[in-house]
Ligand binder design. Sequence first.
Ligand code: FUL
Length: 482
Amino acid sequence: MKTSFHTIIIWSLLLSLLSCASNETYYEKHVRFPSDATAEQKIDMASRLVPSQEQLAWQQLEMTAFLHFGINTFTGREWGDGSEDPALFNPANLDAEQWVRSLKDGGFKLAIITAKHHDGFCLWPTATTRHSVASSPWRDGNGDVIKELKEACDKYGLKFGIYLSPWDQNADCYGDSDAYNDFFVQQLTELLSNYGEVHEVWFDGACGEGADGRKQTYDWARYYEVIHRLQPNAVTAIMGDDVRWVGNENGLGRECEWSATALVPGGYEHADSVNATLGISNTSHDIGSRELIYRANEIFWYPSEVDVSIRPGWFYHPEQDCRVKTLAQLVDIYYQSLNQNSVLLLNIPPNTDGLLCETDILRIKELNEYITRNFSNDLLGKFTPTSVKQGEELICQMSQPAYINSVTLQEDITKGQRVESFTVSVLTRDGNWQAIATGTTIGYKRMLRFPSIEASAIKLTINRSRNIANIERISAYNVAKP
Ligand code: FUL
């Protein structure tokens, strides 16, 4: 029996040497195919599409948190209509440090706050409207939730993001497109200029009617320009072109989750027509297969974010205190989001007191403890990043036979997302290889669960890959039931 961790590499050493020697071309974030590109060329180019530095840093955060807080917290609604009295906003014990400490204890690396939801009420004392905290009794109208949260994030080392709803049911100018775009840009400018670094800007695409049925046209290009100028390192999410909505609010990533996708980000002018021609949307099952790429003229590195609430609603409602997701539900979400090539954005809403609830705090702490307890002891041991060609196998010897029920795979996405189909097998006590899991995409991270089995070695077979697969990590665990 071998006692030291040892990785047996079949074929691949030679191949990785070759790929180091060849100066590969990579495309950052977006690539347009030449008009005469063959199907094969398109797939080759798709395999060399890579994230921007900001997208990579964002992906590595893995766990991020949403804070839905605003006038809805006090009216008990999920969507206000803009007619709410700012006097309702009075979170007597608001303590942003309590939010951030709790999120940190829960393992979250970034917090995104609803600076303004669809009702138009602003959590900072904006110069654009009186419909804000400045007109509320909270801190005698001198409070600023954004400032308090940002300071707490800085103090505890969390990154900070803002959700700013383009749809605004309070602003008089909403529906008068140019005037409202000026108004919105001013709000964005305040948020991106006055609070230090912002790491993520989150826009959804909701676009309700203005007064008298007026139709608002958002000037996405102008909004992007403001963000890139004022916060060049921020990623833009959902209607932005750095981070894609996974397509549901249930905490579920796709089985086949391509970060290199033919889906044109929603804020682009040609998005609707091209996506319609390709027959795809945010919620489509397939947004990155070969068949789709053959028909596309361009592709985007546009990775997925899984947004889901720890409670049934996005905002706090006392009657949902007993419906906080269980640890088992959160663990499922953990497997199906950041372990399926996405980033988790879990919403934990502050209550009317301006505090996170004890049940929610406890639950995210339990989740973090569960993750630490179960995923600290890698039973495979040291792994050397290795390149593997389609049809080839990578065999990793375990230091000693152990029961495992979970395997984590990672691709080196700085060289693109390439694996299209794989099989994981284990060498069992009787000396036979037994396939225990098959899958399609790996990407940044893919975690597999299967019934516990005793293994002395693990084999990854790359059944199909666009170009050589660069495997960054294989780990194995014996995970307890939550
Ligand atoms: C959506 C909103 O309509 C929901 O209220 C919630 O904020 C969700 C995260 O985004 O666009």
